[in-house]
Write a protein that binds this ligand. Structure first.
Ligand code: UT7
Length: 336
């Protein structure tokens, strides 16, 4: 056990597949139209992985970029956490596969399943290992190939999701930087609202489950929408207070990207101008665990986020789960 530190993000990276699927492409696949998708969700297009690309392949690209940005070698990683709902396989974990490909020989590795809140859960987990002095460098990845579990015949869901990966390297940072506070929550009674019914121990894969399309994501969009608006606001208020801040101290909101109307509701509540909210769902749709880290990486690389800025990240999703985290930004590669 070493000395206790504050944990911060010291490098980010992201990757999205090249193939673009536009709303107009979807018009040819299901009974929908660009206008409906744009006005109800804010999404214009999304990325789709190639047939031979699995979640770990996307995660690998994002992880390499985050390692480069942080100036941390793969061999120096102590732990890899991959947040995903579309792992390459049920086991081994996608984190194990990634560890091998990166050559992160010293690292422990596991997947974390908290659906779209997964990246926040993983950040909070990583921070505990660093702040306790147990580990120094932790790679956290949110990666998804949701195109593999979306029912391309169901217009209620297939227009919403996309593939991608985002990563962050966490390490020890000076006392006044890094993770200030987080809140994590769960309401398992809402599990039926958003789920993948088959393929687990409840409903193992069979001809019948395949015939009944039970290996595809099912969602009650309207109920999830209500939950999302409520929980985004509650979790934001709670974490800002826990961090000892007031909402005017927040420089950037990096929200989960499920629906622009949900993001707008949070933005209004926080009284933030539009340029202080990082939005990418117009180009990538909902990438579940990857939405927040991809948005974060884009904002960092665009030079929007500067050392000292207070970031509020908020996620929500299946479980039901939610998570919010306030972080004071550190310079890239600024570990102590
Ligand atoms: O990250 C995971 C969390 N997931 C979410 O946060 C999703 C949250 N929910 C939502 O974003 C919204 O509820 C949706 C975008 C999924 C749906 O928007 P909505 O405003 O709640 O629409 P709705 O489900 O109430 O449906 C309105 C109408 C329905 O027609 P009727 O019954 O009024 O005739 C739907 O059948 O829109 C219809 N509809 C569509 N029409 C054209 C549903 N999907 C489509 C579509 N194209 N793709």
């Amino acid at each position: 056990m070493g000395k206790a530190f504050r944990a911060g993000i010291i490098g980010t990276g992201s990757y999205v597949p090249e193939r673009v699927l536009t709303n107009f492409d979807l018009e040819k696949m299901v009974d929908t139209n660009d206008e409906w998708i744009r006005t109800r969700t804010g999404i214009r297009e999304r990325r789709i992985a190639k047939e031979d690309q699995a979640t770990s392949d996307l995660a690998y690209e994002a992880a390499q970029r985050a390692l480069e940005a942080s100036d941390v070698a793969a061999e120096a990683l102590d732990l890899i956490i991959v947040a995903t709902i579309t792992p390459d396989t049920a086991f081994p974990s996608t984190a194990n596969i990634l560890q091998d490909r990166l050559g992160a020989h010293r690292a422990a590795a596991f997947d974390q399943a908290a659906a779209c809140s997964g990246f926040i859960y993983a950040l909070a987990t990583a921070a505990q290992f660093i702040e306790s002095g147990v580990y120094r460098y932790v790679l956290v990845v949110g990666a998804e190939t949701l195109s593999r579990i979306v029912d391309w015949e169901d217009r209620n869901t297939c227009v919403l999701f996309g593939d991608g990966a985002g990563a962050a390297v966490l390490g020890p940072v000076p006392e006044d930087e890094g993770v200030r506070a987080f809140v994590l929550g769960s309401d398992g009674s809402g599990g039926e609202l958003l789920k993948l019914p088959a393929g687990g121990s409840r409903l193992p894969a069979s001809h019948d489950t395949v015939d009944r399309r039970l290996h595809y994501l099912k969602m009650n969009g309207r109920e999830v929408f209500k939950f999302a608006v409520r929980v985004m606001n509650q979790a934001s208020d709670e974490v800002i207070e826990k961090a000892g801040l007031t909402k005017d101290a927040i420089d950037f909101l990096v929200p989960h990207q499920a629906n622009l109307r949900i993001i707008e509701s949070a933005r209004e509540r926080l009284e933030l101008p539009a340029e202080k909210v990082v939005v990418n769902l117009d180009r990538f749709g909902n990438m579940s665990t990857a939405s927040i880290p991809v948005a974060l990486d884009e904002a960092v690389r665009a030079g929007k986020i500067q050392p000292g800025d207070h970031l509020l990240m908020v996620g929500f999703g299946a479980g039901l789960t939610w998570g919010a985290l306030v972080l004071r930004w550190s310079a890239s590669g600024s570990g102590v």
